[in-house]
Design a protein around this ligand. Structure first.
Ligand code: SF4
Length: 120
């Protein structure tokens, strides 16, 4: 739980798709991450935990990732407003950061998942 590695997984599912034993690594890491956050132990880099919480919060609010909200939450909480400005601008220019939140047809289902899981 103290390993920084649990926070490096991007949930791309490449390893699970290629694993001959069918091990779903992201599915194993998610409960560990949540347990670390819930128990407030083993977090070596607070920014990683802040990013994870901002990510989960945006999914909970919008039913899927809303990158501009995610970046805003992360920047506000880490007070790193001026870091990555050029990257952010380039992402915006290329249409990777949308001004309006995405429409999610299953927001109520996503909220129900959060409610049942006890995630805050
Ligand atoms: S899903 Fe697997 S391959 Fe993808 S980032 Fe996570 S551990 Fe790596």
């Amino acid at each position: 739980m103290a390993s920084k590695s649990i926070w490096l997984c991007l949930t791309c599912h490449t390893c699970g798709a290629r694993c001959p034993n069918g091990i779903d690594v992201p599915a194993l890491l998610d409960p560990i991450r949540h347990d670390v956050l819930r128990r407030k132990i083993g977090i070596t880099d607070p920014k990683v935990a802040i990013f994870h919480r901002a990510f989960m919060d945006t999914v909970k609010r919008f039913g899927r990732v809303y990158e501009l909200f995610l970046v805003g939450m992360y920047k506000f909480k880490t007070k790193t407003f001026m870091e990555d400005m050029e990257l952010g601008w380039n992402m915006f220019r290329k249409g990777k950061l949308h001004l309006l939140p995405p429409k999610s047809g299953n927001l109520s289902e996503v909220k129900e998942v959060f409610k049942r899981s006890g995630l805050k």
